[in-house]
Design a protein around this ligand. Structure first.
Ligand code: SF4
Length: 357
């Protein structure tokens, strides 16, 4: 029985084949080279026999006829398995080569004739059984929409991807499609960065493009340095909030001090969530500070600080009712409210008085 990859090799040999250590040529007779062997003067039946079931040949065929040929998709799939010599790579693929992409856990394996199949699940589910099975990459779009507790995820690259699912057996094109539904454009931006083509749009130029209701942000930093941009990046872009690695800075010449993150895929410009947040922060920042007077015990002051920290770091749900030593404990918070807030839920004098001061 003739294999498609052997037919393809024979057809392509007159143009010359050179890929991953395999060299095949035809010039009246076939020459066939790999790092392990070199044969010349081969007849077609001989080269067919030699190629059948050979990793170098099935590998060549996979990367030229099976894997998506679009530059970024091809590069991503290739990156998943690395550049080891083919025999070593096939050994590793037989066991499964795993990679993380944000909160995605991807395992590449060998199928028959050098075809690759991929398993995709949440990183926290890498060793889990009884996951909900999906086969259509489109399902990723729905899975990416809500967190485990059902909250909407406005930022697809937030580290809040729900768990409990798997795509156990995807082809190469399907895998890339699913990844793109989970984390839109991350593969394209990753490849553009690798090839020096990532078009980064820094804060100043991005804000200068904002019009109408968002134009207010553009004026925010005039004459005041760029502390507020640091606060925005700190609030929204840290790895704890977004898995993209922020490449944008204040402007071409001014780097932000807030770390950009460590993820594999870059962020090329402030996203719509950051712009919306910045608009809100701009308004809040425009308010004048006021003095309020109320008394708290040292423990209560620390408790307020702990509450803000817990909310900001998304730790509230980890504080159990029995953890009464935690400032963000629900009963501690209720006790503080009962003791220090009035019936209107106000701490100290009414906030409404601020306009009259
Ligand atoms: S701007 Fe910040 S929050 Fe938005 S995608 Fe980029 S890194 Fe993430």
């Amino acid at each position: 029985m003739s294999h498609g990859y052997v037919d393809a090799l024979v057809e392509t040999a007159p143009d010359g084949i050179s890929f991953d250590g395999l060299e095949v040529e035809f010039d009246g007779a076939y020459s066939y080279r790999t790092p392990e062997m070199e044969l010349t003067g081969l007849t077609e039946p001989a080269v067919r026999e030699l190629a059948t079931g050979t990793p170098h040949v099935t590998n060549w065929y996979f990367w030229h006829a099976v894997a998506p040929q679009k530059d970024d998709r091809w590069a991503f799939l290739r990156w998943l398995e690395g550049d080891d010599p083919v025999p070593d790579r096939y050994d590793r693929l037989a066991d499964g080569i795993t990679t993380e992409w944000g909160q995605l856990h991807i395992t590449a394996r060998l199928d028959g004739d050098g075809r690759r199949r991929y398993r995709l699940c949440h990183v926290d589910d890498a060793g889990a059984d009884a996951l909900e099975r999906y086969d259509d990459p489109l399902a990723a779009r729905e899975l990416a929409t809500h967190t485990d507790d059902g909250s909407y995820r406005p930022l697809k690259t937030a580290p809040t991807l729900r768990t409990g699912w798997e795509f156990p057996d995807l082809g190469p094109a399907e895998l890339v499609q699913a990844v793109d539904f989970f984390y839109p454009a991350t593969i394209t931006n990753w490849q553009q960065e690798r090839t020096g083509q990532l078009d980064v749009s820094h804060w100043r130029e991005t804000m200068a493009r904002q019009t109408g209701m968002y134009g207010v942000i553009e004026t925010w930093d005039r004459g005041e340095g760029h502390d507020h941009v640091e606060w925005v990046a700190e609030s929204c872009c840290r790895d704890s909030q977004c898995l993209k690695r922020r490449r944008w800075q204040y402007d071409d010449e001014t780097e932000l001090e807030t770390p950009g993150g460590d993820g594999p895929f870059p962020c090329r410009e402030p996203c719509s969530l950051v712009i919306t947040a910045a608009r809100k922060f701009t308004k809040l920042d425009a308010e004048q500070t006021q003095s309020y007077e109320f008394e708290l015990t040292p423990s209560e002051k620390e408790q307020l600080e702990a509450l803000v920290d817990a909310v900001a770091d998304g730790e509230i749900e980890n504080v159990r009712d029995a953890d009464l030593g935690e400032g963000a404990n629900r009963f501690r918070a209720r006790f503080l409210r009962a003791r220090r807030f009035d019936d209107e839920g106000t701490l100290g004098r009414p906030t409404e008085d601020r306009a009259n001061d």
